[in-house]
Each structure stands twice: as C-alpha cells, then as structure tokens.
Design a protein. Sequence first.
Length: 212
Amino acid sequence: MSIFEEISSFLQSGRAPKVKELVQQAIDEGLEPKQILEEGLLSAMSIVGDKFKRNEVFVPEVLVAARAMKAGVEVLRPHLVASGVENKGTVVIGTVKGDLHDIGKNLVKMMFEGKGLEVIDLGVDVAPETFVAKAKEHNAQIICCSALLTTTMPEMKNVVELAEKEGIRDSVKIMVGGAPVTKEFCESVGADYYTPDAASAAETALNICLAK
C-alpha cells in the first residue's frame, strides 16, 4: 500500500492524528506537497463525498473525515505555499440574515475544502452587504447562501440584487441551498445554482471555478 493510499484510508475513517503523522512522513520523504494533497487528502475526501451522496455514510462520518483532512492540510499548508500551489477557487459562504442554523453550511464548507477550494466562512445571520463585501475583498468566484427557515429565504434575493447593484454579478456566481430551498426558488430569485446536497454543491462549485 502506498503512503497516499494509507493517508486516504485513515482519512476516510476519520483518524486525524494518523493522517497528520503520515502527511508529515510523506513530506519528510521528499514527496511533492501537491501530490500529497491531491492523491492523499483530496481523493479521499472525494470518496467520502461520493459515499455520502449514495447514503453509504452520513453526516457524522463526513464531519470526522473532514476534520482528519483539515489536520492533514494544516501540516501541508506551509509546504503548499512554498511550492506555489494555488487554490482552485474561492467561495464565500454563510447562512443568510435572520437564520442561525449552520450544520448544513458547515458540511458544505467541508465538502468545498475537500475539493481544494478556499472557503471564506462568514458564519450565520449574514447580511447581504457582508456577502457582497467579502466576495469583493477576496475576489471570490462564488457566493454561497444557506437557509433553513422559510422566513429567511427571501434574503437570498436581496443578496442577488445587491450583487447586481454593486456590479459584481457578472463575475460572481450565486449558489443557494438548505432544506426548504428548491430549484424553482433558486430560479425565482435570480440565483445561478441550487444543489440538493453538500457533495453535489462541491462538485458544482469546483466546475464553476475551473471554468473561470
């Protein structure tokens, strides 16, 4: 079994200390940081995402796998920066104004990171002005809005309208999601993408960023 397969196996089972140790070992052996990231960490997270989509694993397993990935990335990050590996794209994510739910948002964030995207997490109860300002500040390709309450869903329309008003609508795609959100709602507020689950959201986001 190669060290990449070992990293992948431990990551999928959420063994953060072991992932950390093996990533360090791979660095010490002189392996390319980009290769460790892609063949060890990201490929493993991709497998977890596919299993999640097929209902073979559930939210708790995804969260522990994501934590293990984060532990590996922390060891790797300085080496990635030194070797000039760039992020595949930048996403600004948050739960809309008036809504304090964040489990879905956190899961999506982890899936995005598992695809090699940089995620600017704005937290919960995020005003449209904050989404737009942070997207500009970080030169993001995507604004991702989450809502669990039907009463807060109209805030998504406010984000779309403000992005238009601020002149970033052509350069930033807007994704919406959350339990009560539908494709029809997404279209009605003028957002670009709706996906029914976190794994599909991550695939869509990666495709958007790679197409830029």
